[in-house]
Ligand binder design. Structure first.
Ligand SMILES: Cc1cc2nc3c(=O)[nH]c(=O)nc-3n(C[C@H](O)[C@H](O)[C@H](O)COP(=O)(O)OP(=O)(O)OC[C@H]3O[C@@H](n4cnc5c(N)ncnc54)[C@H](O)[C@@H]3O)c2cc1C
Ligand SMILES: NC(=O)c1ccc[n+]([C@@H]2O[C@H](COP(=O)([O-])OP(=O)(O)OC[C@H]3O[C@@H](n4cnc5c(N)ncnc54)[C@H](O)[C@@H]3O)[C@@H](O)[C@H]2O)c1
Length: 447
């Protein structure tokens, strides 16, 4: 007997920040919505990404700030208690999945547990269940990429790191992006010997060279060993831990190896071909309306191959946009400025025009780097070489891009996001009465 399909206006696949926000926004517009999740409700960010990382980082940050004040007013030696810190993290994350699912159900969103797979362009299966809808939203996110090398099975990922029972004595991280720099900072602070293997000589490529070089220097001073221009070709299991083999006879033994070499979209086992949805290595191919090649199927968040940083606030904006599109709006998506922070030691943040974009037109743009070491904020904290970089449009005099390396970079970048986005002139910034002495009051010296 043929199985009857449950019918919805919209089925959303994936209950991460993108999918939950989309389902809520679509429901609030009066549509009948189902949301499918095969793993943890809430997705990557609160379960194995931003939030657990930030919980671990909060202790790391406190330790770092205390260390900077040692001999300058603080005496005690602070060490991280990894198992207790992990218990603190788990106390937070264990509530996320059930609470998120319940929250969706309380909003009258129909929830399904299992793997969604299209069987036609209007129908998908979740286990034995058939779901039919007029519109679909693919919000399936990404998973850590691994390396296609012998010993691939020994590689751990950021997900494993953020749930380690104990911090190993010696870890190696392969990669030179966000994850590598964040995990390195946490691990070295927790007492591990850390090696970062980068396959080229330019880590954190999207960030300004000078600030990245300063970050590498500061992490190195804290004990992180960076090895550049080294391609890993094999990971071998040995009696105690692993032996990493690289090109040119490079060899190194370690207790645990983490791959931090990017993320790959969860699109390959979704039955997309049956639905007429095209995809690439970057994710579901979408137009400026976030519509896939099947016009009634949208893709948002990390699963979409849109040219915008893959971050939680971006997923949220795309979710609300798609809900409005499904409800009848037809404008192209526009993004506000997207600030981004690498939570390392110290933090590295950026917003707006980048250094490499400015360098293509130096007749128009000025790149200005300011060393903030002598300012009260950084003197009192005893920070090593805090830097800020501004990109200034010489024609208008406006700041159009900013980057910052310091323990205050996350807050500084939020201020810059507002000032750049709202096109504040230097005169206007200097006219604002900021509370003093704070990160915000430093803005008057930068502009
Ligand atoms: C270690 C780490 C740290 C990060 N830190 C930050 C940060 O500090 N700030 C920031 O803004 N961003 C950060 N990010 C990025 C952020 O987590 C993502 O951008 C965000 O989670 C994307 O949301 P999403 O809903 O698109 O995808 P996800 O959160 O990945 O959710 C997708 C969901 O879809 C489900 N799914 C997949 N396939 C199917 C299927 N076929 N059927 C049913 N369900 C399916 C998955 O199980 C998952 O729950 C970090 C990421 C990582 C890995
Ligand atoms: N604070 C944050 O906002 C935050 C934190 C973590 C992750 N994220 C998100 O997750 C994404 C993934 O982070 P990530 O660090 O894994 O990726 P990434 O894209 O930031 O960096 C990947 C790194 O791996 C290197 N690499 C690529 N292929 C390689 C190979 N075959 N061998 C060796 N090295 C290789 C790249 O050169 C690069 O240095 C980020 O782009 C971001 O969207 C955000």
């Amino acid at each position: 007997m043929e199985q009857l399909a449950e019918k919805y206006d919209v089925v959303v696949i994936g209950a991460g920040p993108a999918g939950t926000a989309a389902a809520s926004a679509i429901k609030s517009k009066g549509q009948k919505v189902a949301l499918v999740e095969e793993d943890l409700w809430g997705g990557t960010c609160p379960n194995r990404g931003c939030d657990p990382k930030k919980i671990l980082y909060t202790a790391v940050e406190a330790k770092k700030r205390a260390e900077l004040l040692t001999s300058n007013g603080l005496n005690s030696q602070i060490t991280l208690d990894w198992p207790a810190l992990m218990a603190n993290k788990r106390a937070y994350t264990k509530e996320i999945s059930p609470a998120t699912k319940k929250g969706m159900e309380n909003s009258q969103i129909q929830t399904y547990v299992g793997h969604a797979e299209f069987v036609a362009d209007t129908t998908l299966t979740v286990g034995e269940q058939l779901l039919e809808a007029s519109n679909f939203v693919i919000a399936t996110g990404q998973r850590p990429a691994l390396l296609d090398i012998p010993g691939q099975e020994f590689l751990k990922t950021s997900t494993d790191f953020l749930d380690l029972d104990d911090m190993p004595a010696d870890i190696t991280i392969i990669g030179g992006g966000y994850v590598a720099f964040e995990l390195a900072g946490i691990a070295v602070s927790a007492g591990a010997k850390v090696t970062v293997l980068v396959h080229n000589s330019r880590p954190l490529k999207a960030f300004p060279q000078k600030l990245v070089t300063a970050l590498v220097e500061q992490l190195s001073n804290q004990g992180v060993k960076f090895v550049f221009d080294q391609n890993v070709i094999e990971v071998e299991s040995i009696e105690k831990g692993y032996r990493i083999h690289g090109e040119n006879d490079y060899q190194q033994d370690t207790d645990m190896v983490f791959a931090a070499v990017g993320r790959q979209p969860n699109v390959d086992d979704l039955g997309l071909t049956q639905a007429g949805v095209e995809y690439s290595k970057q994710g579901v191919i979408v137009d400026r309306h976030l519509r896939s090649t099947a016009a009634h199927i949208y893709a948002i968040g990390d699963a979409a191959a849109s040219p915008i940083p893959k971050l939680t606030p971006v997923a949220g904006i795309e979710a609300k946009y798609v809900a409005a599109q499904i409800a009848g709006r037809d404008d192209e998506i526009t993004y506000p400025l997207v600030p981004t922070v690498v939570f390392s030691l110290p933090k590295l943040a950026q917003v707006g025009m980048t250094e490499s974009q400015a360098q293509k037109d130096l007749a128009r743009y000025q790149v200005k780097v300011v060393d903030m070491s002598d300012w009260i904020t950084y003197k009192r904290q005893h920070e090593t070489k805090p830097l800020v970089q501004l990109i200034i449009d010489k024609m208008s005099g406006l700041v159009v891009g900013g980057a910052c390396l310091s323990m205050e970079a996350d807050e500084m970048i939020n201020y810059l996001t507002v000032l750049i986005g709202e096109e504040y002139t230097a005169k206007k910034v200097k006219h604002i009465l900021w509370s003093y002495p704070t990160t915000a009051s430093d803005l008057q010296y930068i502009y």
